[in-house]
Design a protein around this ligand. Structure first.
Ligand code: FAD
Length: 432
């Protein structure tokens, strides 16, 4: 058994690993007219830009920093339809038929990301890895079986593992079972976003990085040096919307943290995953997740009750470094893993964890894709926005509407405050 020397006295470097090689942007000045302006160059904005361009529109995309600078490029790149809701959650909340429609919608996002990677030969550490939801306790195993049952009822491929069977695919004595399903993969989403930027530019989309929008108005947007007038204004800024005085009551953010190990040997990877690497997360409310990325590094993520609704990024959090190290040590007691990078990230969320994709209530040209809480959802919503605006698609509108009913309403929110309102509302959805 291989043991790797651990340097526990050093904090991992506070640096998003993906951002270590980026280039300088081009500038935008004057007044520009375009069919569509997209604000935000994350997964949602890039997908929206691609979808409108595919339908023949002229498109300008404006990004405050660089494509992938928000949640997308900081993410752990699990490309699975599950995001925050597993199939069993969707069935519990919306019934079998609607759960199927929502899951299929998220699957369409998984497929569109894969299609882009293949069509444009994107080099983004694509790793075919099945999804694996695991139980940390015997009582949590009930959640695993209900997830398996939900997959079976909807005729989705999946496999159930009891404790002994699970140990043959994840060599940890600490899990009590799991359910896996195929057709999922992991990517380096920062590299994906940067590659999609280049691809879209080739197709005629004009992309301006380091060009923050300062105002969204009824007929377009302003940057510091330019005014863009457009027929359709697609705002995909996720948790940053309130900075633009938009969606202030509708979007909050949940914090999670990622940590990246030093390269592991092939033998160590085999010790973790004797059969083949999976993308793993556990079924706890504040779940931990991990997978192997390029260079044989183990990426592990999670959060805690104090940090999740903190509202801003907590860098150099020794508490979370210790928690993530502790998780790795507990789950894999025979393997010593040295961690080199650690970073926080904020995910825009709504009060029911489903996305917001809707028109502004007073500016009819302004459409939001926001609080998407999941990369495949963001990709699918980019497509949905173009289908809706140009072809009048509306079949999922009521799930994404700004005016839908949330467990905690605006009046209660104004009394208890945003953090508590979002916490309570999310909890209600997860336990309803
Ligand atoms: C640490 C972490 C791990 C995650 N892991 C996963 C995972 O494994 N799988 C998964 O499915 N999801 C994951 N997520 C969630 C997922 O990353 C997000 O749901 C998704 O990336 C949201 O995409 P987006 O395009 O809506 O937002 P973002 O990627 O945040 O994009 C918004 C963009 O808008 C830009 N912007 C903001 N303000 C302005 C302005 N004024 N003008 C111009 N541009 C502006 C920002 O710079 C940013 O680039 C993770 C998130 C985090 C933080």
């Amino acid at each position: 058994m291989q043991r790797i020397k651990q340097t526990t006295s050093l904090m991992p470097q506070d640096q998003v690993f993906w951002y270590l090689d980026k280039q300088s942007p081009k500038r935008l000045h004057g007044t520009i007219k375009t069919d569509v302006v997209v604000v935000g160059g994350g997964m949602a904005g890039l997908s929206a830009a691609q979808s409108f361009r595919d339908k023949g529109c002229s498109v300008v995309l404006l990004e405050k920093n660089y494509c992938g600078a928000g949640a997308s490029g900081k993410s752990s790149g699990f490309i699975t339809p599950a995001s925050e809701y597993n199939v069993s959650d969707l069935v519990r909340l919306f019934g079998q038929h609607e759960a199927n429609r929502l899951w299929q919608f998220a699957c369409s996002g998984v497929q569109s990301i894969k299609k882009n990677i293949e069509a444009f030969g994107i080099d983004c550490d694509y790793q075919q890895q099945d999804s694996l939801l695991v139980a940390n306790s015997s009582s949590a195993y009930a959640k695993i079986t209900s997830e398996y049952d939900a997959h079976q009822k909807l005729s989705y491929k999946s496999q159930l593992y009891d404790k002994a069977a699970l140990a043959s695919i994840v060599r940890s004595p600490e899990y009590y079972g799991g359910v896996s399903y195929p057709d999922t993969f992991g990517i380096n989403t920062y590299r994906y976003c940067q590659a999609m930027k280049a691809t879209l530019e080739t197709s005629g989309v004009q992309i301006f990085e380091e060009t923050p929008v300062v105002t969204v108005h009824a007929n377009g947007v302003d940057t510091v040096d330019a005014r863009l007038e457009a027929d359709h204004i697609i705002v995909c800024v996720d948790r940053f919307a309130p900075d633009l005085k938009l969606l202030a009551n509708d979007v909050f953010c949940a914090q999670t943290f990622l940590m990246l190990s030093a390269p592991l040997s092939d033998a160590t990877i085999k010790q973790l995953f004797p059969d083949r690497p999976f993308m793993v997360w556990d079924s706890d409310l504040l779940y931990y997740y991990y997978r192997i990325i390029e260079g044989n590094r183990l990426m592990i993520g999670g959060t805690n009750l104090t940090s999740i609704f903190w509202g801003k990024e907590q860098h150099n959090s020794r508490t979370m470094v210790t928690a993530l190290q502790g998780y790795a040590k507990k789950k894999f007691p025979n393997i010593v893993i040295n961690f080199e990078y650690f970073w926080p990230g904020l995910i825009g969320i709504s009060k029911d964890i489903l996305p917001i994709a809707d028109y502004d209530s007073v500016m009819p040209k302004v459409y939001y894709i926001n609080a998407v809480a999941g990369l495949p959802w963001a990709a699918a919503l980019g497509r949905y926005s173009a289908d809706k605006i140009l072809d009048k698609r509306d079949d999922l509108d009521h799930y994404f509407s700004l005016t839908r009913k949330f467990p905690v309403g605006l009046l209660a929110q104004s009394i208890v405050g945003k953090r508590i309102a979002f916490g309570l509302s999310n909890l209600t959805m997860l336990y309803k």
